[in-house]
Design a protein around this ligand. Structure first.
Ligand SMILES: [Zn+2]
Ligand SMILES: [Zn+2]
Length: 357
């Protein structure tokens, strides 16, 4: 089969790999949809030169990405089970089952793995599919059977691919604050994670204020359910949010951009007792902890992707509330178009892409 790899320096190489066969405890899925993610750009843009790569990747989750040969990219997998290895019970995987893959595999035994958070495994550095183990940018993908999460009937494979990373991430961040119709939520950044956050928060009943410096993204946010939009390049964001909330500020903010100013604004635009949830990776801003956080009884929370259980809950929520999760994809590609797809992603001017089979 053909698989997409990143040799470095913004190149895509489609290589030949043997079709995988499942070992004990493993399954193979036929991939139907595999999302492209902004985080792929770390691997795509990495230097080809080995010493330079090691220096850059040191201590990062993808440090071992180039050990034992090139890996197939793609960590937003969705498809159908086509082979089941020895020792996998019917309750875990069945031939023909429609599934998403939670893209990490840890020790299965520690507290974090047992509660569905293998990305935080306490015993080992977990495998990350699409990074340190083969991912979904290929016709077939092998994975540990316990990483499968059922894709409900009524959700498309594309929706499953979105939930398998970006959309699942925004759902998990919102779940930490549990917004409802009495709440105003400010969502900073309307890239794929922020936009899906806008969809979910609106479906939860909350009033969403969407923020982005890109006008087109703000228009999309309106279509996705935002009640208000703010462009922080044009106005002072915390002030604008206060104007929209009777001078008080938002109950909750979700920061998805990683931009330093947005991180600061996500804190400053909260009302008293508000909570900010941080998803976007960025350098921390200068925040006056006394006046901006402590005296205002502010809670600050980090949120890193999602558990297997939250992934399933997100899928069920999307079906029950009719959330059009796959609307977050603006570009659909074939596997052979991967170079073009990543070239466009690299420019970060477009929305989100997905490879469909
Ligand atoms: Zn991703
Ligand atoms: Zn573990």
């Amino acid at each position: 089969m053909r698989g997409v790899t990143f040799p470095g320096d913004r190149r895509v190489e489609i290589m030949n790999f043997d079709d995988p066969t499942p070992g004990p405890g493993e399954v193979v899925i036929e991939v139907k949809a595999s999302g492209l993610c902004g985080s792929d750009l770390h691997a795509y843009r990495a230097p080809t030169d080995d010493a330079a790569f090691r220096e850059l990747a040191k201590g990062k989750p993808y440090e071992t990405m180039r050990d034992n040969g090139p890996k197939i990219a793609g960590h937003e997998p969705c498809g159908v089970v086509v082979a089941v290895g020895p020792g996998v019970s019917e309750r875990v995987a069945r031939l023909g089952q429609r599934v998403m893959i939670h893209h990490y595999s840890g020790c299965h035994v520690c507290d974090q793995c047992r509660t569905g958070w293998p990305q935080m495994c306490e015993e080992m550095v977990p495998d990350i599919y699409g990074w340190t183990a083969h991912g979904a940018h290929a016709k077939y993908m092998k994975c540990a059977a316990h990483t499968l999460v059922t894709l409900p009937e009524g959700l498309s494979f594309e929706a499953g691919a979105a939930i398998a990373c970006g959309s699942g991430t925004s759902y998990a961040a919102l779940r930490k604050v549990q917004p409802n119709a009495s709440h105003t939520v400010a969502i900073f950044g309307q890239g794929p994670v922020g936009l899906s956050g806008t969809q979910f928060a609106a479906a939860m009943g909350a009033r969403v204020i969407a923020l982005d410096v890109n006008k087109e993204r703000l228009e999309t946010a309106r279509r996705f359910g935002a009640a208000e939009t703010i462009n922080p390049a044009e106005v002072d964001a915390p002030e604008a949010i206060r104007e929209l909330t009777h001078g008080r500020g938002a109950h909750f903010s979700i920061e998805t951009s990683g931009a330093q100013q947005a991180i600061a604004d996500a804190i400053k635009s909260l009302r008293l007792w508000g909570t900010a949830v941080f998803v976007g990776l960025g350098r921390p801003p200068v925040v006056d902890f006394a006046s901006d956080v402590i005296f205002r009884q502010i809670s600050l929370q980090g949120s890193f992707t999602f558990s297997t259980n939250i992934m399933e809950e997100c899928a069920v929520f999307s079906v029950d509330r009719g959330v059009e999760v796959e609307a977050v994809f603006s570009d659909r590609w074939s596997l052979e178009q991967a170079a073009q797809a990543y070239d466009l992603l690299d420019k970060q001017s477009s929305g989100k892409g997905v490879i469909i089979f």
